[in-house]
Design a binder for this molecule. Sequence first.
Ligand code: ADE
Ligand code: ZN
Length: 330
Amino acid sequence: MQSRINKLPKIELHSHLEGTIKPELAHQLAKRNAISLDNCLFDDNGSYAWSNFASFLSAYDSVSSCLSKGEDYRDITYNYLKDCAGENVIYAETFISPDHAAECGISYGDMIKGIAQGIDDAENDFEIIGRIIVTCVRHLGPAQGLNVVQTMVNNPHPYVVGFGMGGDENAFTLEEFAPIFNVAEKAGYPCTVHAGEICGPESVWDAINYLPVSRIGHGVQSIFDEKLLTAIVNRNIHLEICPGSNLALGIFHDWAEHPLPRLISRGISVSLNSDDPPFFHTTVGQEYHDSAKNFELGDEVLKSISLMAMEASFADTKTKSKLVNKIKNF
Ligand code: ADE
Ligand code: ZN
């Protein structure tokens, strides 16, 4: 069973590239760039130190400050995809944040060039396919979001396959971000948004009513609203589920409380994802193993999760059908 899960082709749809940087790599990059990282960023074991959602977001910002050039983006992308490939992840979409790059003095073009190089190198070395979802940061506001989406649309790249938003769910309203997501959608970019992670079901209603999204990041709070669950099924909305992240952030107290099995039995399309692996002491492979153990999911259910994920991915049709077949043939 364990080795069968190891070998199962896996798909990751929800990770934040800056949040995949492990402490060791953050130290290496900071040294290379002569940047001193905030001491408060690490606990006594050398892991990232944070205690709640707000301090997690600020630790995330601090880690990102180890970056200073496009080449650094190449290295973090390559390292992340290498780890994924080691767990038989065959396709990974990662969120990238031009706002964090800009904070480090890295232009959009240099960031994309670096990430694309990391994707190419990882595909050559490990056969994993990586793609990019450009995200804006909700708490930086709609004006900044517009800036990000316009930069994305004006500088197309074949590896940039979608648009999304992370950050503090309590900041601003999703209605205020509708014009930004509409720019992405009109330009042909499918969209996803973080909702129903920290805030309740109403935040998911806002996401599906105001924004042109086919996926929701997390959306786990939907479990508390029967009508919403029906709407998610009827509108074919995919939920990017990150159980380890939810438990680490205290959104659910334990595995027994986590709604993944109930979402699956309602017929909702879901994927299993790592979100910010070193912050939550997880990986996408770990999420498959932990879910198998704690939710008692068999191989066939895990395989169907990989299939649902690939179907919901923002990959082009040819890549999608090739990888769907690869999973089906497992
Ligand atoms: N940015 C990085 N990780 C995040 C998360 N789990 N929720 C919202 N924004 C994030
Ligand atoms: Zn996330």
